[in-house]
Design a protein around this ligand. Structure first.
Ligand SMILES: Nc1nc2c(ncn2[C@H]2C[C@H](O)[C@@H](COP(=O)(O)O)O2)c(=O)[nH]1
Ligand SMILES: [Mn+2]
Length: 193
């Protein structure tokens, strides 16, 4: 089937929506009083790099990288909703599903529009091994950022570690999480000495 590419006007409209992710600060850090917090785009970028570092031949690595960089795309329209905003998971999914539909519609019926929406739905359903890995990376990236903010801002961000304890399943990600915890303890030891 001939690939139908989106016209330039649609592409620029779509990229202007993506630009919002560069300006949308991650709510969890804003609520924690972090100065100059990362954006949603920053978070997805490092997740993409993390996916490149995964050494697992059973996974479609390229698909994982693509899933990382689209998984929070809906937040360009609905914002970055935390588990503490009083919005149910069902309502959040409905808001983000509708947001994704609006975002992808700007690209028309192109193959890439379908690909982006499919990747997002696969992440949301969290059934495939690739999606489960990207969920691991989502939380691993978050706790590494929390560890780095604890060190740079001299704060305790316990909730990020408490809410993700024991949830990681991929062995390589678990090894990264162990190292994050070790470094966090080092920082706390140095701070207390
Ligand atoms: N204070 C906390 N905030 C949290 C926690 N877990 C997630 N979050 C924040 C981080 C993001 O701002 C937002 C959702 O992130 P997604 O990548 O899942 O869209 O919620 C937590 O335990 N404490
Ligand atoms: Mn995320």
């Amino acid at each position: 089937m001939k690939r139908v590419s989106s016209p330039a006007s649609s592409v620029i409209d779509f990229l202007s929506i993506v630009e919002r992710l560069k300006r949308t600060k991650r709510t969890g850090w804003v609520n924690s009083g972090i100065a100059g917090p990362e954006s949603v785009a920053d978070h997805m970028f490092r997740m993409g790099i993390m996916a490149m570092l995964i050494d697992d031949e059973s996974l479609d690595r390229t698909r994982c990288i693509k899933m990382c960089i689209v998984h929070d795309l809906a937040e360009a329209l609905v914002g970055d909703i935390t588990p503490f905003d009083g919005i149910t998971k069902e309502e959040k999914r409905k808001l983000e599903r509708n947001g994704m539909r609006d975002i992808v519609d700007t690209l028309g019926t192109s193959a890439v529009a379908h690909e982006i929406e499919s990747l997002w739905l696969e992440y949301e359903d969290s059934v495939t091994s690739e999606a489960k890995l990207v969920h691991d990376l989502d939380k691993c990236e978050m706790i590494q950022q929390a560890m780095e903010y604890e060190k740079s801002d001299g704060k305790r961000l316990d909730s990020f570690f408490n809410s993700t304890r024991g949830i990681f399943s991929h062995p390589q990600v678990r090894s990264w999480v162990e190292e994050i915890y070790r470094r966090r303890e080092d920082t706390q030891t140095q701070t207390n000495s």
